[in-house]
Design a binder for this molecule. Sequence first.
Ligand SMILES: *Cc1c(COP(=O)(O)O)cnc(C)c1O
Length: 363
Amino acid sequence: MSAFPVGGKIPPEDWGNWRWQCAHAIRTVEQIPPELRSGDIASISEAVQRFGLVITPYYFSLIQQQDPADPICRMAMPTPEELVHTEGLFDDPIAEKTHRPIPGVIRRYPDRAVFLVSGQCAVNCRHCTRRHLGQNKVTPMTQGDVYVAVQYLKKNKEIRDVILSGGDPLLLKDQHLENLVSAIRAVPSVEIIRIGTRVPVTLPMRVTASLADVLARFQPIYINTQFNHPREITPEAEAAVAHLVDQGIQVANQAVLLKGVNDAPGIIETLCRSLIRIRVRPYYLFMCDLWQGTGHFRTSIQTGIDIMAHLRGRLSGLAIPQLVADLPGGIGKIPLGPNHIVSREPGRTVLRAPNGDQVAYPD
Ligand SMILES: *Cc1c(COP(=O)(O)O)cnc(C)c1O
């Protein structure tokens, strides 16, 4: 079977239906058009074996096929590079397998807990940080797990922030999502609920007005998504965000710095500028986690710092994300950036301005 027919032939009511998109997603190596295969079938199949393959027709349509270095293609298409063993990378760099107090829950901070509620994504990002879970290997929380997790929240009142993740929580049915969110919302000590989802980017038609209605009943809800490249900001994505923001649900962005995708100051500048225009607040710019199989995506910390230095002074402060690295061992995320402190002495610190000038600042 070849890929679905692209362009013109699909009725808009199908194209705009998220279930149609999921039903017609690319899921096998054979469905990848030969001109987009970056190696031999056996190697690509091995990559798919390890890390899965799903690409919605919508996300696929963003690929400019004549460009061999297309950034969208790079994020979605399996390649033999994923099989390369890179010195210094890990199989569980942020120790998510060990920070599991109960099934389906990751907890690395006293006040926050991550619930792995879904086993599926609309697109399997090649740089995924839950890649060890792999396609068909994520066991999403069962109803029983959710019951146990809610009891856990009731007992551990210091957890104020519950983050729904997976997989992509927004691939759950509205009713399932509603049951889940209302059960968490019923715990008085939980203050905010966050949803980590790439659906606004990879399957924006999933964010219907009725989904936004359901979520808005359980405020405060925050959505964290992941736009990595300005070309992902389409009218469809903008409409998805609008459904949420119009209901008062804040949407923030957690981009990942990826070599060959967005590791250039001008690209991140355009991305962040476009995000605030569609009412998405840039939150984090992540160094790519140290996963084995992602060596081809890695950039240096210096590249990240140079990008941050470029943004400061050029962009509204609102549009500037925080550059962070998630430390090996599951210790947590730490902010990185240009160092503006030149020297300190009692009563006085010398600071470096973005233009390079040094200025004494009294205590
Ligand atoms: C990233 C992460 C969080 C959220 O961190 P913030 O800095 O508050 O966005 C919470 N729990 C775990 C396990 C995480 O990996």
